[in-house]
Design a binder for this molecule. Structure first.
Ligand code: BES
Ligand code: ZN
Ligand code: ZN
Length: 496
């Protein structure tokens, strides 16, 4: 799909559809809508006053053969109340328009900017929304006839400012959207087509393509480094584990600058191990490498966007299987840090591999950490599939990250990590246990377990178990993998 700026007046652009948006209870029709309304002899105003067009979030109004414009259709997307509108909402608006018009068979569309949203930020979100709207999970469908017929080939952006910043914003938005789609592709891959070794190979191909340094640790190196927590999980599978390390270095590194460490849970399939999961929905556990995909997608975007700080990405990758050598409940493992872990439940494996992951990232020089993981079912109990759970310490560091989530228009919610919860992972025979005692707080005890290996390094933990995959499609996004957290992580890295 091509996205390009169009400088001729929007009314004279030939296209299958002209798209813009309308606010809820827009008292008087203003700006470009006023122009359109007068070209259409007040028909728009009467649709609004009759209550047929409301501007409710993502509502759709399609007008065929609108007067006064060359486009064959006018599509108005509801943008909600204008005082609640944020530029990042353009992501959903553009994605919704794209998916709707693609389904109608449109080939060429025009996205028309509105007053106050003509600058770089607006363009960035429109581009991102178009790119992520264009993603479908149909890689393994052999009958592509339907799909090939329905393809939007070009999107013209009309009415935006023309400056270097705005042109660059189009590229930035496209890169972030494509990096989210890169992550979504990985998340979709079934586990027989994405083992830890294959994940490493895909990471390597990506790193080479975008010019990032990469190193892949095999099972021998992992043993040498004494990553006992990762090895404990991996030993139940015939597939060997890998640790993927990717480095981004800025051209002119400031001496003493922070080094950002991004750690992602890369469990390519989670059966639960000996504490085996029920069969219902177990197939979804191919997406237990969602954290890894998130961090790889973020690295891909950063390679293009070039933040000022160095970034190290560490991905511990393994299967969690109940093979003959699998670890068993009650086993004690020694993590790379030297801490001993009593494995109460082999299905709480994400925190085990992250223990060695975050510790290794610190050893490699990370001064600030963020991990992303499909860590717990409990986070869905707490926040449903709406917000990602964001844990962190110190609080100021978490708050700084939450600012980025707001800027990027992603819903994340701060979760508690008070010391009282730490007592729940004390073990009788080892330093810590991998599940909480007593009831409740499952997402928090999971986070605390990781924190044990982070020590005082500023750290954020994103539990994306309920947000990296959605069973129900959204108007702007296909069902399945979402690419969640990549926009926020990119924003954060760019501002660090
Ligand atoms: N991968 C799962 C968490 C998960 C659940 C991700 C649902 C996506 C959807 C994780 O490894 C796990 O099994 N966690 C256990 C922890 C428990 C044994 C303490 C859980 O949440 O039940
Ligand atoms: Zn598990
Ligand atoms: Zn898991």
């Amino acid at each position: 799909m091509q996205i390009q700026f169009e400088s001729q007046p929007y009314s004279s652009i030939q296209a299958d559809a002209l798209v813009t948006y309308i606010f809820d209870k827009e008292d008087k029709i203003e700006g470009v809508l006023a122009d359109l309304n007068s070209a259409m002899k007040d028909r728009l105003a009467s649709l609004v006053s009759s209550g047929e067009v409301t501007g409710k979030p993502l509502s759709l109004t399609l007008i065929h053969f609108p007067e006064g414009v060359e486009a064959k259709r006018l599509l108005l997307i509801g943008a909600g109340k204008s005082d609640k509108f944020a530029t990042a909402d353009l992501r959903k608006i553009a994605g919704t328009a794209f998916r709707y018009l693609k389904n109608l068979g449109a080939k060429k569309i025009v996205f028309l900017a509105r007053e106050g949203q003509r600058g770089a930020n607006a363009v960035r979100y429109v581009a991102e929304g178009l790119v992520i709207g264009d993603f479908e999970s149909d890689k393994y469908k052999t009958d592509k006839k339907e799909k090939d017929k329905k393809e939007i080939q070009s999107v013209a952006l009309a009415g935006f400012d023309s400056s270097h910043d705005v042109t660059k914003a189009l590229d930035d938005g496209r890169v972030i959207g494509e990096s989210m789609n890169f992550a979504r592709d990985l998340i979709n891959e079934p586990s027989n087509r994405l083992t830890p070794r294959m994940l490493a190979a895909k990471a390597e191909a990506m790193a080479k393509e975008v010019g990032l340094g990469i190193e892949i640790l095999d099972e021998r190196k992992i043993s040498e480094l004494k990553m006992g927590a990762l090895i404990g999980v991996a030993q139940g599978s015939i597939e060997p584990p890998r640790v993927i390390v990717i480095r981004y270095n800025p051209e002119h590194a400031r001496p003493g600058a922070p080094v950002l460490g991004l750690v992602g849970k890369g469990v390519t399939f989670d059966t639960g191990g000996i504490s085996i999961k029920p069969a219902d929905n177990m197939e979804k556990m191919k997406y237990d490498m969602g954290g890894a995909a998130t961090m790889l997608g973020t690295m891909r975007a950063l390679a293009y966007l070039k933040p000022a700080v160095p970034v190290i990405c560490v991905i511990p990758a393994t299967e969690n299987m109940p093979g003959g050598r699998a670890q068993k409940p009650g086993d004690v493992q020694i993590a790379m840090s030297g801490k001993t872990i009593e494995v109460i439940n082999t299905d709480a494996e994400g925190r085990l591999i992250l223990a060695d992951g975050v510790f290794y990232a610190r050893k490699l020089g990370a001064t600030h950490l963020i991990d992303a993981a499909t860590l717990t079912g409990a986070i869905q109990v707490a926040l449903a599939h709406i917000h990602t759970g964001a844990f962190g310490a110190p609080r100021e560091y978490l708050d700084q990250f939450l600012e980025s989530t707001k800027a990027a228009g992603e819903k994340m919610w701060p979760m508690p990590i008070d010391d009282e919860y730490r007592d729940m992972i004390k073990s009788d025979i080892a330093d810590i246990r991998n599940t909480g005692t007593g009831k409740g707080g499952g997402a928090i005890t999971g986070a605390w377990f990781i924190k044990e290996f982070v020590d005082d390094t500023p750290w954020i933990h994103l539990d994306i178990a309920a947000t990296t995959w959605v069973d129900a499609g959204r108007p702007w996004l296909a069902k399945g993998p979402t690419g969640v957290a990549i926009p926020s992580l990119v924003d954060f890295a760019m501002k660090l």
